[in-house]
Design a protein around this ligand. Sequence first.
Ligand code: APR
Length: 336
Amino acid sequence: MLKKIGLIGGGYIGGVLTQEIAQRGLAREIGLVDPAPMVNPNDPPERQEVVKKQSVSIGKALGIAEGLPTIGRDIKIVGSKDYSSLKGAELVINTAGVPRKARPDGTFPSREELLTINLKVTSQVAEGIKANCPDAIVINIANPLDAIVFALYKKLLPPKNKLFGMAGVLDSGRYCYFVAEAAGVSVENVNALVLGGHGDDMVPVRSSCQIAGIPVEKFLPAETLAKIEARTRKAGGEVVGLLGFGSAFVSPAWAALEMAEAIIFDKKKIIPVCALLEGEYGFKGLFVGVPAIVGRNGVEKVIEVDLTADEKAALAKSVAGVKKTCDEAEAMLAKI
Ligand code: APR
């Protein structure tokens, strides 16, 4: 159990994280930050006064805290509209930003639009961490994942083990789920790995996919696997399209908690995470989805797996996409 976990963003994922951290007893205290709802200066003064008194984070923290006696968990949950409730957090999970949300006409905001908005939010997040818990290990969930982790790195300059992104657990989980469904076996039997960026070019690694330790090709024909891998690459968008109000929120929260528990219990668990590469897989200076040993110190060691020639080429393509987004992010950050 940690003394304190800080959660930035009290939306859908932040809410599930708060609930699960309390339920699992992972920390003595949770600090939940969210500025919403923000006062609109164009609203009539009476409306502004009402909004000033409202708070998503304080309300959500109170709503969950009131259930603690029922589940028998003696922890403290504090919400704030500013970043003060992060004070002293040893681990921070960031979900702050605007998710990919369908517009009323069914179209989505462009990546660039989302990037601009979320980089501004990320600058505030970095300031909040610096001021309140500069030594915390930080797990980022906010999208576009690779660029936001990169931006946090540029703003915080932490030791490389202390900052990483959540995507691989979720993407690999999706791959496992689709394989289990197609093969008609338990999800517990499937082991799979997805590498690269958290975008449509991510790399589901068929050569690492096994069912009860047996290569997946023994169970499913190549064309079924190709369809599953294509679906995995676009699985986030599939949920966004179905929900119509935002993106998946329970599976991302569970995925981040798998990483958090590996840290809290010093598990030394091999997990796919978005980590800074310094030559591994032939890449340098970029955050990329790779398997790593995760323990009390965060990302303790990146593991290099053998890839087929096709998988290597797919990873290079995915990383080129990550680099392009990070270059864009760096240029935008200079103007923020
Ligand atoms: N500081 C803290 N929180 C902020 C800030 C900020 N500067 N700006 C916005 N937020 C809050 C919003 O008020 C909102 O409550 O971040 C929260 C995001 O929550 P949701 O919109 O419900 O989004 P969620 O589904 O939780 O996803 C969060 O994770 O998977 C990614 O794409 C997803 O980037 C998105 C993030």
